[in-house]
Design a binder for this molecule. Structure first.
Ligand code: ADP
Ligand code: MG
Length: 384
């Protein structure tokens, strides 16, 4: 399943968001336009349902409380609200809809409390709060039904879906030295430290088929790349990845992960994560750590994996190189534009200037970032 639509009110620097989402969605905007804040909306939903130490109160507190989350330019309607639609594909109609709205007690303990919580399955409203129990006992509004297994039976599927939201900020050194560090892996493993162990714990035939698909996707970015294998060190028993490049003498053996380039490792980690999730993978500005050749091939590598995997990938970026691939549709790019009333979020192909340029054969990478740098757009000349 994927999130097919996001509607938000008063979340950080967004007064209002209402956008459809695709399987592969790029979130583009200048520094401090709110890319990380936007991705954080999905992490917030995950934090509510996290198995170890989740919960609504904690998720709000970890973000500094309602006063930090609420948009500074919020007007007369100051509640914070999030609504997501969830469906099997971007084009199919939504199966689920989850809505949450919250605020803070003006006095006393300043608890965060729910203003509303609703769940729709297809077109049936199956949860609506506040309900009678909430009216009788307002303390109940400090917890979502989403986080309580006694109350979420009829929409457990949404809880599981949110729980799997995966935020990835791979640190290659953690993978390279995982066997040596042997440290505690942080919950959800955002840095990729547990990658080799996770690969090792797969059923061998599933592992082989995944590595094969990753191998294909890697070849798009690294044409001389030949083979990716899983091996165990005969002496230590530690798991390793091994690569071969087509221009190498095979007899000399391959490279192990501690010899891979950072970019190769990040790409392997990212692609493996896509396989592990049939939910949402959040990827923060991957261009910051990848070389330009790999960045330009990231988008097609992701779609290659997505052919066999139903996950959704939301990628924040400032890089035109990442968007240069011809296959990227204008709908796959959300454009963040800071304004006095907060940042606006638009589907790039809904913007007239951009749509015209895309129709005339420019790629998203050529036109979208020039939109965020206004002086440049005049430089693009339309064919007669
Ligand atoms: N509650 C809020 N109201 C308005 N703006 C906020 C709020 N919280 C954070 N911001 C602003 O959001 C911006 C940071 O957004 P961020 O998501 O980190 O941007 P990016 O990832 O695009 O660089 C900062 O300018 C910060 O002042
Ligand atoms: Mg950021």
């Amino acid at each position: 399943m994927i999130i097919t639509r996001l509607i938000v009110k008063n979340w950080r620097n967004f007064q209002q968001i209402d956008v459809p989402l695709r399987e592969r969605q790029f979130i583009v905007g200048p520094n401090a336009s709110g890319k990380s804040n936007l991705l954080d909306i999905f992490r917030f939903l995950r934090d509510i349902v996290k198995v170890n130490g989740g919960g609504f109160q904690k998720a709000v507190k970890e973000r500094g409380g309602v006063s930090k989350i609420r948009c500074l330019s919020a007007r007369n309607d100051p509640d914070i609200a999030i609504e997501v639609h969830i469906g099997n594909t971007a084009d199919a109609s939504a199966i689920w809809r989850y809505e949450i709205g919250f605020s803070q007690e003006p006095r006393g303990h300043h608890y965060t409390y729910l203003k509303h919580e609703r769940v729709w399955k297809e077109n049936e409203l199956i949860l609506e709060r506040p309900d009678k129990d909430d009216t009788d006992d307002p303390d109940r509004l400090t917890q979502t039904a989403l986080e309580q297994s006694a109350l979420n039976i009829r929409f457990r599927e949404i809880c599981k879906f949110f729980r799997q939201v995966n935020y990835l900020h791979l640190v290659p050194q953690f993978i390279q030295y995982a066997n040596m560090i042997q440290g505690k892996v942080i919950e959800d493993d955002p840095f990729g430290q547990g990658l080799l162990e996770r690969i090792a714990s797969m059923h061998p035939s599933t592992r082989r088929s995944r590595l094969k698909k990753i191998e294909h996707a890697l070849k798009i970015a690294l044409p001389q790349f030949d083979k990716l294998e899983f091996i165990r060190d005969k002496t230590t028993g530690h798991p390793h990845l091994q690569t071969h490049y087509s221009h190498w003498d095979l007899k000399k053996g391959g490279h192990r992960e501690d010899q891979f380039s950072d970019g190769t490792l990040r790409l392997i980690g990212l692609l493996w994560n896509l396989f592990e999730n049939d939910s949402v993978v959040l990827l923060e500005e991957p261009e910051l750590s990848l070389n330009i050749g790999i960045v330009s091939k990231l988008a097609p590598s992701i779609s290659r994996i997505q052919r066999s995997q139903k996950s959704q990938v939301l990628i924040s970026t400032q890089s035109d190189v990442l968007l240069i691939e011809e296959g990227i549709d204008g709908k796959e790019v959300l454009l963040l534009t800071p304004t006095k009333k907060g940042t606006s979020v638009q589907v790039s192909s809904d913007i007239d200037d951009i749509r015209i340029l895309l129709k005339n054969g420019f790629t998203v990478g050529e036109v979208v970032l020039s939109q965020t740098r206004p002086n440049h757009i005049g430089g693009l000349i339309l064919p007669e």
